[in-house]
Design a protein around this ligand. Sequence first.
Ligand SMILES: Nc1ncnc2c1ncn2[C@@H]1O[C@H](COP(=O)(O)OP(=O)(O)OP(=O)(O)O)[C@@H](O)[C@H]1O
Ligand SMILES: [Mg+2]
Length: 595
Amino acid sequence: MRELYYLNQYLKKYAIPMSLGILFVLLTNIFSASVPVLVRVGLDEALKQSVWISGAGDSLVMGLIFKTALIFGVAILLVSILRGIFMYYMRQTLIVVSRKVEYDLKNVLYDKYQQLGEGFYRKHMTGDLLSRMSEDVSNVRMYIGPSIMYFANMLFTFVVVIYQMVQANASLTLWVLLPLPILSVSIYQVSKRMNRGNKVIQEQLSLLTASAQETFAGIRIIKSFGMEATFSKKFHEEGEEYKRRNMDLAKINAMFFPLMLLLMGLSTLLVIYLGGKAVEAGTFTPGNLAEFVIYLNMLIWPVASLGWTTALVQKAAASQKRINEFLQAESHQTETGKPFKLEQEIAVNNLSFTYEGKTTTSLSDVNFTIKKGEIIGITGKTGSGKSTLAQMLAAMYYGNAEAKSILFDGVPLAEIDLTDYRRNLAYVPQDVFLFSESIRENIAFGLEDGKASDEELQRAITAAGLLNDITQWPQGLETILGERGVSLSGGQKQRVSLARALIKKAQFYILDDCLSAVDSETERNIIDQLQAWLKQSTAVVVSHRIAPLKMANRILVLDDGKLTHMGTHDELLVSCEYYKNLNDSQSAENQSEGM
Ligand SMILES: Nc1ncnc2c1ncn2[C@@H]1O[C@H](COP(=O)(O)OP(=O)(O)OP(=O)(O)O)[C@@H](O)[C@H]1O
Ligand SMILES: [Mg+2]
């Protein structure tokens, strides 16, 4: 339950509508409780008058009775209308507040998600993130909205109705109330089972959705390996389990109303039996009896809702716990940090890194500096840690001890305002991600207002070697990309991703293997332009290819997470065997291409 304390801030924020809502609950109850009183008085009055009927067709008395019935009927109608109006406002305030809290909470979670680093996203699946934002938040909403409303309603109904019942007949009240705790406890038990059933259904639904999602994402591989039947079978099995769990829940659900009606019926029976005897004995009027039956009906729902809301609150607490886990996850978005500045150099001091859950280090004790304006090349075998280093420099694993090992003009990355840093950084990750929007929007993505002038676009597109490709598409820059850019070739995607970085006019560029999928002629063209483009900035270029590495002032060679060699192209040809072999094999390739 402590988990729900987090929500107190929202209860405070919406204190005024909440209090108003509770006032409406009280007013609704006052009007509800006056209906049985009117029924009793009206009925007793009419019965008294009916005693005066002396013979058949005593039209005077009949008219009187009719008038009494009419007056009380209208009174009951008016009271009920008032009650309805307040009930409307009660829902309008309390349920609306719960929707507002839901909205606030979703925004808080979404913003938090955006602040959390790479490490968090490797640990948590997309489905999990989504379900906390949708289902868990809506469970919490049920606590703020219906739970509080029904709980307040129950309290007021109890106080008002039981007070009136005791006034009318204390001992009968006791008898009538006797079955109610049983009702409350059994509803609670049924609700708990319903929630448990819902939970296993949700879990199974997540599996089912994840399975479908993976199928769609990997549909080309599935088809090319002829695995459709296997995947269909898996999906059918998951679906079968989902159906079975739903059936189980349906059985429990089916018990809910019959159980409520049974217990309600028993209580009514008790009132009529005991009340009838009291009327016979003359201690109770028929009006009292009618009044009691109505009271009982008024109590049933609050009693049932007590069990129901208790289960809801428990469910909300479990959900809030899951939400709190994320809200409390460490994020290192230091917007209060120092502004980013690069006047002299970037220094990497003893940088080591091990991915969580791994035993081998991906980077060990890497040391180097990048002077302002330099281009640094990074190469090395696959898996040697190049992308890891690039991600560290791009502050993707921000906030770990590693952020202290990277210094800009002597200021550790950990102390720099991350937003400001990213504003000045253009990073092209190894695995391209494009949004399903137009090419223009994809390229202008990182600009402050998301808009680029035609001239800027033209320059970036030319530099990224995309000009020819774009003129070939009928819609040119306005071509809309399919999901994840499926309508482009691998090399085209890479170049759109490069153009997106170039247009940013950043101070510091990190390009991770961004030309691996283009042919060597296109590569040469791009490199010529890149060199000019990067002149104003500082850059790190990761590649397996000699051509882009040649742009660099210095080249680092990584092996198994260690920095083994560092030097210019010519120096490395002499000192580093790996580099020499790389160069030899690629110049042989170029020669054969030229033939
Ligand atoms: N997200 C990750 N979680 C765990 N281990 C990882 C992760 N990413 C990379 N590694 C491991 O870290 C090591 C270095 O990987 P990295 O991606 O930096 O290599 P790379 O030099 O960029 O390789 P490539 O040339 O293939 O791109 C590898 O052993 C890899 O298995
Ligand atoms: Mg890599």
